[in-house]
Design a protein around this ligand. Structure first.
Ligand code: ZN
Length: 457
């Protein structure tokens, strides 16, 4: 193995990894079709020079050897679910991850199986040891990401605010009462609801509370508000809802008096019916989103086709969010349709005209067939170029699919698709080459800064 001797690229300059990342010949071979040419190499190179803001990811904190593993990287880690299948883009044997390992760890071997796994483990461990707590920032440099929005229960060592902005999880605040009946819905939800109960207990503990208050008014005043405020003060840029794993995204308007009565009935014990809990959740979703917006926190909502074998596809349609998006009291809250609502990108398109609604391509750039990603980008950028955000959804799948590798692959593939989409728009006379470069900057960083009220540290 050869360890990296290349120093990380400087922010905002043409990175050293341009050549490994997006060689013009590779683009040509990947995208040429019949008589068509690949995208303009100058535009391709430009897209790769933009130091990105990654709007959604799950980086791991730095853990010194011998210390317990990081468990704060997701409120709903899916490893407790019954086994489920992954689409091609996420399978550990996908060739993309091998490309990332070659680029990041200079693994030139053609070995396979356990020999390769051992070589990878050793090369990766050596790089981690070399960079120590600087490893997460090194990983961002390799993927040419200037700032990563980190979906985590809490931040941790190695994730400095100059490079990582915090996005904590909000769903637990929607579930103050006993969720045992809700959890019975599917084998997946049986594993997930207890995690929300544990997170709410952690939030209560951080406020010095051992139990929920007796009334909904007091719960909103003494738990919801202060939790969001503490998160904002700790540097949060937004909050994340993973509700589609638990229930339908149809957060219909709820009568606050009915919600208060349900809360009061079960605050000290007992299990609400599904209808009762749905009313309370619908009410609390809007309270949380409204309070978050008042604090300048943007709300991310997981909207895509998975994961888990009992995940409700019908319940995760982007259009189900329309009634919440159209609540005049929530117009002060920016919403991001995380994962772009993939594959229902046309539904997402219909929502982007609302003033406070954005979409990011995190996970889409890993899941979608490359041409489909290009098509989705053209569809959106042709109408709402100021509403589309880059993202990776970098998550950790162990040494063979580490979060740093997922970030590298998603960044490469998103830039490729963006270059092809913008080049197509130039060729079709929709935009000028200068506007194409401007839109590239918007998608890769400026739209995210606007949607999350951020300035780069
Ligand atoms: Zn995610």
């Amino acid at each position: 193995m050869i360890m990296s001797t290349i120093s990380p690229p400087r922010i905002g300059t043409l990175p050293a990894l341009v050549t490994t990342f997006l060689s013009a010949t590779f683009i040509l071979s990947l995208w040429s079709c019949g008589k068509e040419q690949g995208p303009d190499p100058q535009l391709t190179a430009y897209v790769d020079t933009v130091a990105a803001v990654d709007a959604h990811a799950h980086p791991l904190a730095w853990v010194a050897s011998g210390q317990p593993a990081d468990t704060d990287f997701d409120a709903l880690p899916l490893d407790g679910l019954p086994p489920f299948d992954l689409p091609v883009g996420l399978r550990p044997d996908n060739a993309s991850f091998r490309s990332a390992q070659k680029a990041l760890y200079h693994l030139e071997t053609t070995d396979t199986g356990s020999v390769y796994a051992a070589a990878l483990d050793s090369a990766r461990s050596a790089v981690m040891a070399q960079h120590g707590a600087g490893f997460p920032s090194w990983a961002l440099d390799r993927a040419h990401i200037r700032l990563m929005l980190a979906n985590r229960i809490a931040m941790g060592p190695g994730l400095p605010p100059q490079r990582f902005a915090w996005i904590p999880f909000a769903d637990a605040l929607m579930y103050p009462l006993d969720t045992s009946a809700e959890a019975e819905r599917t084998p997946d939800t049986q594993a997930l609801y207890p995690l929300e109960a544990r997170l709410l207990a952690r939030y209560l503990g951080e406020l010095g509370l051992s139990r929920i208050p007796a009334t909904l008014d007091a719960y909103e005043r003494d738990v919801v508000g202060p939790t969001l405020k503490k998160q904002k003060e700790a540097g949060a840029a937004g909050i994340k809802f993973e509700a589609a794993y638990l229930r339908s995204l149809d957060f219909a308007p709820a009568d606050p008096r009915a919600a208060a009565a349900i809360y009061a009935r079960y605050a000290s014990g007992g299990t609400p019916t599904h209808e009762e809990y749905t009313t309370l959740e619908n009410h609390l979703f809007r309270v949380i989103a409204r309070d978050a917006g008042a604090l300048g926190l943007t709300a991310q909502i997981h909207v895509t086709e998975g994961f888990g074998s009992y995940y409700s596809e019908r319940g995760s349609s982007p259009l189900l969010l329309e009634s919440a998006f159209d609540d005049p009291e929530l117009r002060g809250t920016n919403f991001v349709i995380t994962h772009g609502g993939w594959p229902r990108v046309r539904e997402t398109l219909t929502l982007l005209g609302k003033p406070n609604v954005y979409a990011d391509i995190s996970m889409m750039d890993l899941l979608a067939e490359p041409r489909a990603l290009v098509e989705a980008l053209r569809l959106w950028l042709g109408e709402w170029p100021e509403k589309v955000l880059f993202g990776t959804d970098a998550f950790d799948g162990g040494a063979a699919e580490g979060w740093e590798q997922v970030a590298w692959v998603a960044s490469r593939d998103a830039r490729r698709a963006l270059a092809v989409a913008l080049d197509g728009m130039v060729r079709d006379g929709e935009i000028t080459p200068a506007r194409a470069r401007e839109i590239a900057r918007m998608v890769l960083r400026e739209n995210a800064l606007k949607a999350y009220h951020l300035t780069l540290p």
